[in-house]
Design a binder for this molecule. Structure first.
Ligand code: ADP
Length: 587
């Protein structure tokens, strides 16, 4: 794992800041700070964040942020960005980095404490803030290329590698300061049938069975042609991943599959982070520069309705990018509450596990050109999301033996039903939440639990009764629930809810742990309508010339319920198809 120590102690810069500050028109009568170096810590998501600030009499001259314990992508980015912002603004009250709010807020609080220790009055620093200067109008730039790929998640990066390999000119836009989107969050693997890995491991499977499982899992709402394409092109996508250094050789079982079909990295790492790392490395090797912090805002068409360009907004410039084809790979809209409540008013106020860039921009841009939408109201909830941090408690915790109890201390469902069923059961409980309960034995065997404990979202006690008291549950009731459950594990029979899996270990090893959870928005299954060539289809049933789409921005592949392993299959397979079709179109 990358270390995230961000050391931005830029003495030369400081001198500049110090001068500018000293020359301010309303020079303070008294010094702002007692010169020296001050340190303060605040809890981030997983670990304390440490901020060390150096001040002269009237200027912040150095900001050093250690966010080593935070999430690799966002913690490091927040440290870098906020360090620069605090230096520029000369106050700790700077904007949080979108998507890293908890870490950002910890940094801001620690910086405030350090500056107060230096004798600063934060109100005075705010009043004198230095980052409010006039910014001139953005530069207008024009770029000419052949294909524009919008979004650097799994689908966009797959497409970009393909287009580069075909030797065509393209631009890859990403509105966030980093690549990966929701893809980074995928933990399982990629479903694929008739792969060389399955054959080598003696697993009999067929593309027809893969397609049938996917239709069944999606309550047959899926588009059967898209599903057949997903299945038929899955083995070659696995071969292609081999060729770009992103092999997925480890095969196991995943819910809804008739045979072992989910392909994962050899080392057991989460598939999303692994693929994003490998795709990014490949793009680096190919010399592809992703245009970060640049959001596509509009698709342009010529008089005949053919795609001819994209408008985009960067930090310092606005762009008109002339092109012949566009691949939309902007992901879903699970981070856009206005949008998901527009289609699902019942989900108002539901937290999201989604990456901050999942705001549905591609859907809105395509709709402006008449694109049709399918299954747009089909939104998958994940049943175990901690609500204050939006942290997803992986299914493996229940799979390894955890139970769910309500505030009355009793179980209310088979904890391993499908995500939609468990979520619905939780929403029927008082307060619409539940507690997930596990023990030390489970913690010892499941690495994922470490981050829950470290981030402070767990409540723990040496006895069940003690845990119950901390949760304000009747101790005798919770003790009885656990006693019954441990008996069911012993007999391998759950007479209450018929649970048959995740019963290998009982919950008898103290200390005991609980996390308060409720459903969270996980995956938006609907989106723009595409055909099997990844062409975007308009409301008249016609392909929009030059417009292609792949991944979570599209609808139809997953129907009413997405099977684990099919999101990654979708982005790689349709990302590749969108690239092939766009290349064919621009010929
Ligand atoms: P998929 O799984 O379909 O590839 P992801 O969520 O992984 O979807 O990736 C989608 C990416 O698109 C994210 O990195 C997101 O920030 C980016 N994105 C979303 N909207 C825009 C936009 N308007 N311009 C540029 N990038 C965008």
């Amino acid at each position: 794992m990358k270390k995230l120590i961000c050391l931005l102690l830029t003495l030369a810069m400081m001198l500049g800041c110090a001068c500018a500050f000293g020359e301010a028109a309303e020079a303070p009568a008294e010094n702002l700070f007692t010169p020296g170096t001050y340190t303060a810590e605040e809890q981030g998501i997983f670990a304390p964040v440490k901020v060390t600030i150096t001040v002269s009499e009237n200027a912040i001259t150095g900001v050093l942020i250690d966010a080593t314990g935070e999430t690799p992508e966002l913690g490091g980015l927040a440290a870098g960005k906020l360090s620069a912002s605090i230096m520029e603004a000369q106050t700790p009250n700077v904007d949080a980095l979108s998507g890293a709010t908890v870490t950002s807020n910890a940094i801001i609080k620690a910086a405030t404490a350090a500056l107060e220790a230096a004798g600063a009055d934060i109100d005075v620093l705010d009043a004198n803030r230095k980052d409010q200067g006039e910014t001139g109008p953005k530069e207008e730039k024009t770029i000419d290329t052949e294909i524009v790929i919008i979004g650097a998640g799994g689908a966009g990066m797959s497409a970009a590698i393909m287009v580069h390999q075909a030797g065509k000119k393209f631009v890859l836009l990403e509105k966030m300061p980093y690549a990966g989107g929701n893809t980074t969050k995928a933990t399982g693997g990629m479903n694929a049938a008739e792969t060389h890995y399955q054959k080598e491991q003696g697993i009999e499977d067929s593309t027809a069975l893969f397609a049938a499982d996917t239709m069944k899992g999606g309550h047959a709402l899926n588009d059967p042609e898209l599903v057949a394409t997903l299945a038929n092109r899955s083995a070659e996508a696995i071969d292609w991943l081999d060729t770009i250094g992103a092999s997925l050789p480890k095969i196991s079982y995943s819910g809804g599959a008739s045979v072992n079909r989910i392909h994962a990295p050899e080392d057991g790492s989460g598939v999303g982070g692994y693929l994003v790392d490998r795709f990014s490395a490949k793009l680096d090797e190919l010399g592809v520069q992703i245009m970060f912090n640049t959001a596509a805002t509009e698709l342009l068409t010529d008089a005949e309705g053919k795609i001819c360009g994209v408008k985009a907004e960067g930090e310092d410039s606005n762009y008109t990018i002339n092109c012949k084809a566009v691949i939309l790979a902007t992901g879903g809209f699970g981070a856009n509450e206005d949008m998901y409540t527009q289609y699902r008013p019942d989900l108002k106020g539901t937290v999201t596990t989604n990456a901050p860039g999942a705001t549905g921009d591609g859907i809105v841009m395509a709709q402006a050109l008449g694109a049709d939408l399918v299954d747009i109201e089909q939104i998958q909830l994940h049943p175990t999301v901690e609500q204050t941090t939006s942290m997803l408690i992986t299914e493996s915790v229940r799979g390894d033996g955890a139970i769910l109890v309500n505030q009355s201390g009793v179980r209310f469902t088979n904890e391993l039903l499908t995500r939609d069923a468990v979520s619905a059961a939780e929403l029927e409980q008082e307060g619409q939440y539940a507690w997930i309960i596990f023990d030390q034995n489970l913690r010892d065997h499941l690495k994922a639990t470490e981050k829950y404990v470290k981030s402070g979202i767990t409540v723990q006690a040496d006895t069940i009764e003690g845990l119950a008291e901390l949760l304000a549950i009747d101790p005798a009731t919770l003790a009885k629930t656990l006693e019954d459950w441990n008996g069911y594990v012993k007999n391998q029979r759950d007479p209450d809810f018929g649970r048959t899996t995740g019963m290998d270990a009982d919950l008898t090893t103290p200390p005991y742990y609980a996390i308060k959870i409720a459903p969270g928005i996980h995956h938006t299954m609907g989106g723009v309508k595409i055909n099997t060539a990844a062409q975007v289809i308009n409301t008249e049933g016609q392909a929009i010339p030059g417009l292609f789409a792949a991944g979570e921005v599209t609808g139809g592949v997953h129907g009413g319920n997405r099977l684990g392993g099919n999101a990654v299959a979708d982005i790689v397979i349709f990302g590749r198809i969108a690239a092939e079709s766009a290349l064919e179109y621009i010929k």
